[in-house]
Design a binder for this molecule. Structure first.
Ligand SMILES: Cc1cc2nc3c(=O)[nH]c(=O)nc-3n(C[C@H](O)[C@H](O)[C@H](O)COP(=O)(O)OP(=O)(O)OC[C@H]3O[C@@H](n4cnc5c(N)ncnc54)[C@H](O)[C@@H]3O)c2cc1C
Ligand SMILES: NC(=O)c1ccc[n+]([C@@H]2O[C@H](COP(=O)([O-])OP(=O)(O)OC[C@H]3O[C@@H](n4cnc5c(N)ncnc54)[C@H](O)[C@@H]3O)[C@@H](O)[C@H]2O)c1
Length: 478
């Protein structure tokens, strides 16, 4: 019946071939379903071409150089990164903005690809508009998964849209390093790009309406701001922007409420994301165009038993690793529901993205790095937990002082006193990113503090901060 109205049918249609869509499709194929994935730009999504990979490639050389410069005898203390080499390495990670490799992977995984813009055209039907304007209607026998991600939000500041600002896309795909750059937004993108461009030799100003890295432990943003200022970045917290304008000479002027006028070659807006759901046909099934999609813990859109929303677009956690975690659960549960298999959707079940709720790890690749998992002290208190906060100066750990002269950093452990487990941890310092997974395991595993004393960190590593945190908390008695 439905088939006669459509051009083809698949068990599952995935709209959006970012990291999340690819993983939903892969799990479903592995579970025996036929899957079509629809992509309007590059297979691999934002993360591969304009977000995670190029931004980290832009940051890595500066971090490596400074790490060497902090150890006498390892590097010329006055050396600067070679911007041309950094950009070349960045472009190798984005494969020159070509997706041939990822398309080959889809083929090898048994996932069919349709190039074009996907839109929901009623229950279990997706319409695909190709670049040539042709339209195909495809039936989804079991489910449709939306994994369309986000786009940069343009802030409602007078003049910004007309200024034709850079977003994260231009910032990560740059070919000519600007002499000067003003960044609006002191979140993750703003601070990472401030680090990257300062290293590339750009004069950088960061305008943040609050402190940097809001939502994390306050000391994280403070230590990152200190380090940026030391490297010559003009970090203005509590900045109120009145308007922006593109001058006749091509430069950008930003007027602050206090009367200050700042100028730069480019303006970067890094003020958050909005869901890519404006032109997705949501209204055809009674949902609101342009909204985030509200899902349950199995990533199913509430009230629609055939529709899933996975990754950034559901607003649970705007991170690649967390989106891929959701994708594994979603792909598997779609298979289970399609084949009459058992659904394991309770807390920490195979089909539930439970970690999204209070166990999300994140690394901000600034220098110092910020690595966090779970709840901050403030979030734990808001959740009504009876907590104790334990802080330790990372520079006092033997491994850290060996790692870099003048090592500066801080660690915080948030303990749920009623359960005797860690519910949050934050590390700020050079090379703490790889330390984070130990904390993730402690939080997700709900490892009692009394048992953590038996998890002995090697001497002399930075991980010994765990022992120092436990000692500061106090050793249990028999
Ligand atoms: C500058 C920057 C740096 C970041 N760095 C990190 C990091 O280091 N680590 C991390 O974990 N996260 C990072 N993130 C976040 C990360 O990029 C996202 O969480 C991730 O890309 C989300 O994946 P996704 O598959 O949900 O969406 P996306 O990667 O956005 O992919 C969505 C895909 O859907 C396609 N699409 C959209 N609408 C349609 C349609 N109607 N029809 C067909 N196709 C469509 C898009 O073209 C795109 O390819 C960063 C983000 C930014 C902006
Ligand atoms: N390393 C990583 O994991 C990484 C790196 C980059 C981005 N990301 C993800 O991408 C997402 C987007 O990052 P982002 O930095 O754009 O968002 P964000 O939410 O982290 O920060 C946005 C900042 O813009 C400010 N802001 C918002 N509206 C404003 C306005 N009108 N005027 C002035 N300031 C305004 C906010 O106060 C905030 O400081 C994040 O949620 C993050 O999870 C992750």
């Amino acid at each position: 019946m439905m088939g006669s109205m459509t051009d083809a049918a698949y068990d599952l249609i995935v709209i959006g071939a970012g990291p999340v869509g690819e993983n939903v499709a892969d799990r479903a194929v592995q579970g025996g379903l036929s899957v079509l994935i629809v992509e309007r730009e590059l297979v691999g999504g934002e993360c591969s071409y304009w977000a995670c990979m190029p931004s980290k490639a832009l940051l890595r050389s500066g971090s490596a150089l400074r790490a060497a410069q902090r150890v006498p005898g390892a590097a010329d203390p006055d050396a600067r990164v070679d911007a041309t080499a950094v950009l070349r390495r960045r472009s190798s990670f984005t494969s020159g903005w070509e997706d041939t490799g990822q398309v080959e992977w889809l083929q090898s995984a048994g996932i069919d690809l349709a190039r074009g813009h996907g839109r929901i055209a009623g229950e279990r039907v997706v319409e695909i508009t190709g670049e040539d304007g042709s339209v195909r209607r495809i039936e989804a026998r079991h489910a449709v998964a939306i994994a369309t991600g986000t786009t940069a939000a343009i802030p409602p500041i007078e003049g910004v849209a007309e200024t034709d600002p850079w977003t994260s896309r231009e910032a990560t795909s740059v070919t000519d390093v600007p002499r000067s750059l003003i960044i609006i937004g002191g979140g993750v993108v703003g601070t990472e790009m401030a680090n990257a461009y300062a290293d590339l030799g750009t004069t950088v100003t960061v305008l943040s309406r609050g402190g940097l890295l809001g939502g994390m432990e306050p000391f994280a943003g403070e230590l990152v701001a200190d380090a940026l200022r030391e490297r010559g970045v003009d970090v203005r917290t509590g900045a109120a922007i009145a308007s922006t304008v593109r001058e006749d000479d091509g430069s950008v002027a930003v007027d602050l409420e206090d009367g200050t006028v700042l100028r730069a070659e480019h303006l970067l807006v890094a003020t958050g994301r909005e869901p890519a759901t404006k032109d997705l046909g949501l209204a055809s099934i009674g949902l609101e165009d342009g909204d985030w999609l509200d899902v349950d813990d199995t990533l199913r859109v509430r009230g629609r038993d055939w529709l899933y929303a996975v990754g950034d677009v559901n607003h649970r956690s705007l991170l690649t690793h967390q989106g891929k975690y959701q994708a594994r659960a979603a792909g598997d549960v779609i298979v289970a529901r399609a084949t009459g298999g058992e659904v394991d959707a309770g807390a920490w079940g195979v089909h539930a993205a439970t970690a999204d709720l209070a166990a999300v790890p994140q690394v901000t690749f600034t220098d110092p790095e910020v690595a966090s998992i779970g709840r901050t002290a403030e979030q734990a208190e808001e959740a009504g937990l009876r907590i104790r906060v334990v802080d330790y100066d990372l520079g006092s750990v033997a491994g850290a002082s060996l790692h870099a002269d003048g090592y500066t950093g801080k660690a915080r452990m948030v303990v749920d006193e009623d359960r005797g487990v860690v519910v949050g941890a934050t590390f700020v310092g050079q090379d703490v990113a790889e330390l984070l997974h130990s904390a993730t395991i402690a939080v997700v595993g709900e490892v009692p503090l009394s048992r953590l004393w038996h998890a002995v960190p090697s001497y002399p590593t930075i991980s010994e901060v765990w022992l120092r945190l436990l000692e500061t908390y106090g050793r249990p008695t028999a």
